[in-house]
Design a protein around this ligand. Structure first.
Ligand code: G6P
Length: 367
């Protein structure tokens, strides 16, 4: 298989820029944009009949699953257990008969995810998987697959596979909500329409390079970074920190903003920038009060928000990265882009091997 970088310096940069297109392809596989409905695709279980869903994955795919949990529980009222696959495989979790399993894997070959799948097979529950490689082992051993249409991902740090996994999870959330009767046809239509705008918002997010490069120059001088967010921005904070660690080798931690005072606040000083992901949503004010706690201790804040958030956050920041105002349901897909770009530009400035970071592998097929 021959894939080249086109006009880009790195595969990662190319893959970041492909996102509007691949998100669009992926969503179109699961949604009917013309009439604003969820498509009629096959599932190996009935969302109306299951009482729990167990999700298991590794790395960035795990973080996509964590966002999926917030969505499925909120919109479809479906309780979701989510585990890191290396924990799931050994923790002997009881799986009630009326539950189903969902595995998420770009490669479809990750050893721990595959072992978790086989554990569920032994337990006799229906198995589904979100995979990017359709010929993979995980795809073959599943009862049903939900492909991401990201195309080959070469950069070791996952980018477009992540936003395509989120796109599938968003569509599955609507499928589940419809089956479980937790959304009306009008709500279904409104949410499908919101998702249909995701590629356009993603293109707008890609234009933020200038403010992101400015922050990247700051980050290239620091040793530690704290990422904060609430609700679906919490898994994104974890993903932002993971991306920075993976390719720039800066020590970064992601935290739920509300946990700040239970530990990480002790670390705050001028040396450790705090990146806060906070669109102007239901809990924006709560996150602002966390930022005030950071500012009061001399912490320097990078705020990733939308236009409304930028107007309402009366705080001094090192930099504010302003995205367009996007509907809450779509926001996690869009906010993934600035955090990927931030890690990318930081790594480029620091001169690391962006596509092949040290000690990491694209696909971890050994335990
Ligand atoms: C490795 C990669 C990550 C990826 C993880 C899970 O750690 O470097 O980018 O998220 O494996 O891989 P999978 O193929 O199962 O999604």
């Amino acid at each position: 298989l021959l894939v080249d970088k086109g006009n880009h310096r790195h595969f990662m940069e190319k893959e970041i820029h492909e996102q509007p297109e691949v998100i669009s392809h992926t969503l179109a596989n699961y949604l009917n944009f013309a009439d604003g409905t969820v498509a009629d695709f096959d599932l190996p279980f009935d969302f109306a009949k299951i009482e729990r869903l167990a999700i298991s994955a590794c790395g960035t795919a795990y973080l996509a699953g964590l966002i999926g949990k917030y969505w499925l529980e909120r919109y479809a009222r479906l309780p979701v257990d989510i585990d890191i696959a290396s924990e799931f495989r050994y923790r002997e979790m009881p799986l009630p008969k009326n539950s189903a399993a969902l595995f998420i894997s770009q490669s479809g070959e990750t050893a721990d995810t595959l072992a978790s799948l086989r554990y569920c097979r032994e337990e006799g529950i229906p198995i589904s998987a979100i995979v990017n490689v359709r010929e993979s082992t995980i795809a073959r051993e599943s009862d049903g697959i939900f492909p991401t249409l990201a195309g080959p991902e070469i950069g070791v740090a996952s980018t477009k596979a992540f936003t395509c996994q989120l796109s599938v999870l968003a569509a599955l959330t609507l499928k589940a909500a419809k089956a479980r009767g937790t959304i009306s046809p009008e709500e279904e239509q409104a949410l499908v329409r919101e998702l249909s705008e995701a590629p356009r918002y993603a293109s707008q997010a890609l234009k933020l390079s200038a403010s992101i490069e400015k922050v990247a120059r700051e980050l290239s001088h620091v040793r530690h970074v704290l990422y904060l967010g609430r609700d679906t921005n919490y898994p994104l904070a974890l993903e932002g920190a993971l991306k920075l660690k993976e390719i720039s080798y800066i020590h970064a931690e992601g935290y739920a903003a509300g946990e700040l005072k239970h530990g990480p606040i002790a670390l705050i000083d001028e040396q450790m920038p705090v990146i806060v992901i906070a669109p102007h949503d239901r809990i924006f004010e709560k996150t602002v009060s966390n930022m005030q706690e950071v500012a009061a201790r001399g912490g320097r804040i990078v705020l990733i928000t939308d236009e409304k958030g930028a107007q309402n956050a009366t705080l001094e920041t090192l930099e504010t990265i302003v995205l367009p105002d996007v509907p809450e349901f779509v926001a996690p897909i869009i906010y993934a882009l600035p955090i990927q770009m931030l890690a990318y530009h930081t790594a480029v400035i620091m001169g690391t091997d962006v596509d092949q970071p040290r000690n990491l592998a694209k696909s971890v097929t050994v335990e």
